[in-house]
Design a protein around this ligand. Structure first.
Ligand SMILES: Nc1ncnc2c1ncn2[C@@H]1O[C@H](COP(=O)(O)OP(=O)(O)OP(=O)(O)O)[C@@H](O)[C@H]1O
Ligand SMILES: [Mg+2]
Length: 379
């Protein structure tokens, strides 16, 4: 069998992709109608998988082209422009080989002095050589709309890890530029998505920021337990292993339905079983231990830069205290310092995305396995 039974750590599709029916429908509607979309969730919930799924579903659509680009590695405004132009040129060309032609056409027309490097291949983005001297931001940002017009199609540009925009030098100016060009484009729309909730919120939810109210804002939720249980049970069965629905449900609870961890824990449990064997609670506990071990190095890295107070605060939250930190007892038990120290601890850990404020004003550790690790191994 070619399919992997469980898959994590990379965007998933096909046999490894479940659910998201409502979100797919909404994105399809936004993409085909040209509505800008903002997609936010904690890490590894499934943003990239979802957008790639929709891109794939729209592949055969006559009037829409979806372009996908990851801006994680873009550290400056022009690195972003190079990546953007390369993605647009490559992915809007009607045939794979045609992108060169398009590129030549546009690059030459935009800046007659530039000759296109013939050895450009997969390093296309670098060889585009777009700099502030060769192109104005407006020329580059206008490229996609020109292609859309030329091809009489709508283009949706999906930008992954968009929170990175907030990290660019002179970020606010860049954001203003993008917004002012993008909002006037008729045939091009954007799907901007990323993790690091607090960074994304800074960009999209502040009144005085350029991207405030830019489009349809979607907070991607966890996949419901029922769907996960179906997925786990079926995938075990496909490989002649058994797991009860109850145990599959417990597995989901342990990792609080976190997409990536559900798949990873299911995989670890699966890998403990021989053909024909049925999963047990004992094996699940074993797998949870393996999961903690597998993530330990990463978690160590996360706590390394923390102060003793910050770590104490995490321990308190992991132990289930999620409010009332002003109270003397909790502060003393966990050695949290003064009430004003609590305020600082809270905002610094939210900034690091280690904890999040929930709707009811309570605090939670963002990553459920990190939480479990602190409970079991840090105290
Ligand atoms: N629809 C889905 N069906 C099954 N598993 C999924 C789904 N979406 C996500 N996953 C699981 O979660 C993992 C992470 O998915 P993905 O990379 O799409 O998330 P992300 O939100 O883009 O993560 P990041 O914040 O790291 O960019 C996948 O490898 C897979 O294990
Ligand atoms: Mg992603």
């Amino acid at each position: 069998m070619e399919n992997k039974s469980f898959l994590f750590g990379t965007a998933v599709g096909g046999y490894n992709f479940i659910g998201r029916e409502a979100e797919i429908k909404r994105l399809m509607a936004n993409f085909t109608e040209g509505i800008n979309t903002i997609l936010i969730s904690p890490r590894r919930i499934g943003k990239t998988s979802l957008v790639k799924k929709v891109k794939q579903l729209l592949e055969s659509h006559e009037d829409v082209i979806v372009v996908y680009l990851d801006m994680f590695a873009c550290k400056t405004e022009y690195e972003f422009y190079n990546a953007l132009s390369a993605a647009v040129l490559k992915q809007t060309a009607s045939h794979a080989e045609k992108w060169m032609e398009y590129a030549k056409d546009f690059i030459v027309r935009l800046t007659p002095k530039i000759s296109f490097s013939p050895e450009a291949n997969s390093d296309f983005s670098i060889s585009l050589g777009i700099t502030a001297k060769t192109h104005t931001p407006e020329q580059i940002l206008g490229l996609v709309e020109e292609i859309a017009r030329k091809r009489s199609k709508r283009i949706v540009v999906c930008i992954d890890e968009f929170q990175q925009i907030g990290e660019l030098p002179d970020s606010l100016t860049v954001q203003k530029r993008l917004r002012s060009v993008w909002q006037h484009q008729q045939l091009t729309s954007y799907c901007l998505f990323g993790s690091k909730k607090h960074l994304m919120s800074n960009i999209f939810q502040r009144r005085n920021m350029p991207f405030y109210q830019f489009g349809d804002m979607i907070f991607l939720d966890k996949i419901p337990t029922e769907q996960w249980v179906d997925y786990i049970v079926e995938h075990f069965q496909d490989r002649k292993r058994d797991i009860s629905r109850e145990l599959a449900q417990q597995l989901c609870e342990i990792v609080e339905n976190y997409s990536s961890y559900v798949q990873q824990l299911a995989w670890l449990l699966f890998s403990l079983l021989n053909e024909g064997e049925t999963a047990t609670m004992g094996k699940l506990n074993h797998a949870v231990n393996d999961l903690l071990n597998a993530n330990e190095a990463l978690f160590m890295q996360q706590i390394e830069p923390l102060s003793a107070y910050q770590l104490n605060f995490l321990r308190a939250i992991a132990d289930g205290h999620n409010r009332g930190f002003g109270e003397m007892e909790i502060r003393e038990e966990y050695n949290l310092g003064s009430p004003s120290n609590i305020t600082r601890l809270k905002s610094s850990l939210i900034k690091k995305d280690l904890i999040e404020m929930q709707v009811k004003g309570t605090l939670n550790i963002t990553d459920p396995v990190f939480k479990l690790w602190i409970q079991r191994r840090i105290s």
